[in-house]
Design a protein. Structure first.
Length: 190
């Protein structure tokens, strides 16, 4: 999941991006210029959008207004950073759903959103596993076979006893046997 950070490309943008990245969220930066920010928002489908008003606040206000009304980003939380005092009234009227935050507050909210998203994903995964289990049981019941329960753990077989070491024959007996074999071979050849 990613956060779309809209700010003009300035030397201090990288430092701000690094601060936001410490929250654990993947931050995608773009300039608030049409159609670039809209294309990035459609492609990334961010879980939050942050707009920095430090440069060109009028332009950023129009960008925020567009994103708040666009079909693809209407439901996405909108966070506004460094809003000038003279724009606060306009923002409250045009963007009542937007949150005015500082960078520290935004980092905290992003970390919280990341934790919630991870929890939702875990719950969704568990629900899907439960649904698959119920579907298998329902299918087995419809087929007439007893529903397959989770297999019981198998009992381990006891380890076989160690095999006794082979007995060595005395050296003299081994030599006698080898001598007999050799004598038979010689006899056969003749």
């Amino acid at each position: 999941m990613s956060v779309l950070y809209l700010h003009f490309d300035t030397p201090d943008r990288e430092a701000r991006l690094q601060k936001l990245s410490k929250s654990g969220a993947r931050v995608v930066a773009a300039e608030p210029r049409w159609p670039g920010f809209h294309e990035v928002a459609k492609k990334e489908k961010p879980f939050a959008i942050a707009i920095d008003f430090s440069l060109a606040p009028s332009h950023c206000l129009e960008t925020a207004d567009y994103l708040a009304k666009a079909k693809e980003t209407r439901e996405t939380p909108l966070y506004l950073l460094r809003v000038p005092d003279d724009r606060l009234d306009i923002i409250k009227k045009r963007l009542p759903q937007a949150f005015l935050v500082t960078e520290q507050e935004l980092s905290g909210k992003l970390a919280e959103i990341e934790r919630e998203a991870a929890e939702k994903a875990r719950q969704k995964k568990e629900a899907a596993a439960e649904a698959r289990k119920l579907a298998r049981a329902k299918h087995a019941k419809a087929a007439g076979a007893p529903a397959k329960a989770a297999p019981a753990p198998k009992a381990k077989k006891p380890a076989p006893p160690p095999k006794p070491a082979p007995r060595k024959k005395p050296a003299a007996a081994a030599k006698k046997k080898a001598g007999r074999k050799q004598a038979r071979r010689i006899a056969k050849k003749k």
